[in-house]
Design a protein around this ligand. Sequence first.
Ligand SMILES: [Zn+2]
Length: 239
Amino acid sequence: MEAETLSGFMQEGELMNQKILKITLPMPLGMGTVNCYLVLNQNGIFLIDTGGPNNEKMLMQELEKVDCPPEKLSLIIITHGDFDHIGNAAFLKNKYGLKIAMHPEDSGMAEQGNMFFNRKSPNFLVKILVPLFIGFGKSRRFSPDIFLQNGNTLSSYGLEARVISIPGHSKGSIGIRLESGELISGDLLDNTKEPAFTLLMDDQIVANNSLMRLKHEGIVTVYPGHGEPFDFSVFKPKN
Ligand SMILES: [Zn+2]
């Protein structure tokens, strides 16, 4: 992919004292794209999600391009255990000694390399997500260093943000709510065509409850795992 095209993938949103950069990476087999986010502040640089196993080289290039090489990163935060989000976490941990934080409910996905781990209904995954198994070998698996729970603040790591548990897409899905009202949402919500719940839902009732709780969190903008950021104040799910 050419540099000009790549630069089109980067987006910036200025916050009070924290800046979000979006990195968009291609999924395998033409399955669309997946987002990782960098949050930069005076304390450090935080990488939220890491793309899929097929994205290792491009992720490194993108990090270099925005002057956030792995050596400069403070922490990796994982929104949930799907392979298109955890694909390069083990590589970054093993090569650069970075710590990985995620919710314990999804840690089995990362440890066993199994997206069916603790999901209710694996049927929806069979057709659509199994291709992501390609390339997800033992070297990609890891155990998290830090467990994140609902309500945890991340300020002790230097990030002015709070963890909100938002199960539905997976049991251990979390959103990272920045102090200034942005939510990095993982896959509960996406915006590939329009803002919506993900079509790949494990438990819609649980997801509805997650959304209800988000409505009371004063969220301004959602930065989803797939698609473009959107205004949360006008969001009404159709599905
Ligand atoms: Zn997912």
